[in-house]
Design a protein around this ligand. Sequence first.
Ligand code: SF4
Length: 103
Amino acid sequence: MPSLGQGAGRAGSGKLVPSYRLTQPTLMATLTDRVPQNITGKYYVDSTCIDCDQCRAISPDFFGRTEDGMSFLKKQPATSDEVAQVEEAMTSCATASIGSDGE
Ligand code: SF4
């Protein structure tokens, strides 16, 4: 039987996985920290935004910039093409500041 050693462990399934997967938190936007300028709806930007401009460059029809330097959803996507644009921006955000669990 192989030794688990340092830096490895077993997940719930019993499968051997690197330990960073057991301890590293998953980055994701937090609805309670949403930027107030977001329009109501599924997608939003939270206060962890670092104003890198990536989402606004990818999807300028949907993302705006607040006066204090954060992005926000200025329009919710309605079609599948629009959803794809917003989701591309979401997956490109280095700080995972764009959420999709809004209402
Ligand atoms: S890509 Fe993310 S960090 Fe960059 S401006 Fe957009 S929400 Fe902010």
